[in-house]
Design a protein around this ligand. Structure first.
Ligand code: CA
Length: 240
């Protein structure tokens, strides 16, 4: 792991022109990083589509992970109706999807996530949530599960352009009042990794779902690991 990190830091400097500085902040994605919630989201999207007559495959929603709900609905609309959905339709369909998701019960914490957040807090690093989600039922759980670790949040409501645009992670950097070279981003989806990487942040890609090995490196991750436990080790080595 140490060798991999040295290599990743060199790559980071090559691609951004910055040396990874003393770390001040850690930016955490939510679904698939803090919570093992992606299978539930995919199932809820598929159920919403079935209920309103939109054709979709449950697995396709893993590919949209990180996008805002409106972005995802527009992909479905363009494909089936060849035009975008208006704002009212986006809200209505997203609410249907959110209700299905909520009906599955509370999502489980991702194994190793709490330890990773605790490590960041113990090192006095600012933790920032950077998610494309607007799912109230999971956002409202954060305080119960992580205390006040995530008082700084970037959600679907805070950005004009969602992941893979760099705006969400850049907004997170601003909220933490730091610089991209003084932060680490942790994300599990290719579009999320792309967003963080384009924002100039050292990005740990964590494979926690059905992605193939190397998919997050291809999306721009500086290092790719296979669990949140490995991510914690990586963060420990980067911040000691
Ligand atoms: Ca995610």
């Amino acid at each position: 792991m140490k060798d991999l990190i040295a290599l990743a830091k060199n790559n980071y400097t090559r691609r951004t022109g910055h040396t990874l500085d003393e770390i001040q902040a850690v930016l955490f994605d939510m679904d698939g990083i803090l919570y093992d919630s992606m299978p539930g989201h995919a199932r809820a999207w598929k159920m919403m589509c079935d209920s309103v007559g939109i054709e979709a495959d449950e697995n396709e929603f893993f590919a949209y992970e990180g996008r805002t709900g409106a972005d995802t609905i527009n992909i479905l609309y363009q494909r089936q109706y060849h035009h975008a959905a208006d704002a009212e339709t986006c809200k209505r369909l997203y609410d249907i999807k959110a209700d299905f998701f909520k009906s599955f019960g509370e999502p489980k914490l991702m194994p190793g996530a709490k330890d990773t957040v605790d490590l960041a807090l113990n090192k006095n690093l600012e933790c920032v949530l950077v998610t494309g989600s607007g799912q109230a039922s999971i956002l409202s759980k954060l305080n119960a599960d992580f205390g006040d670790a995530f008082s700084l949040r970037v959600t679907a409501h805070d950005v004009k352009r969602g992941k893979p645009d760099p705006e969400p992670y850049l907004t997170g950097i601003n909220k933490a009042n730091t610089h991209p070279s003084q932060a680490i981003a942790i994300d599990n989806a290719p579009l999320g990794v792309e967003s963080a990487s384009k924002a100039g942040i050292f990005t740990i890609g964590v494979i926690t779902g059905p992605l193939k090995h190397g998919a997050l490196l291809a999306a721009g991750a500086d290092i790719e690991v296979n669990s949140m436990a490995e991510c914690r080790l990586c963060l420990a080595l980067l911040t000691r």
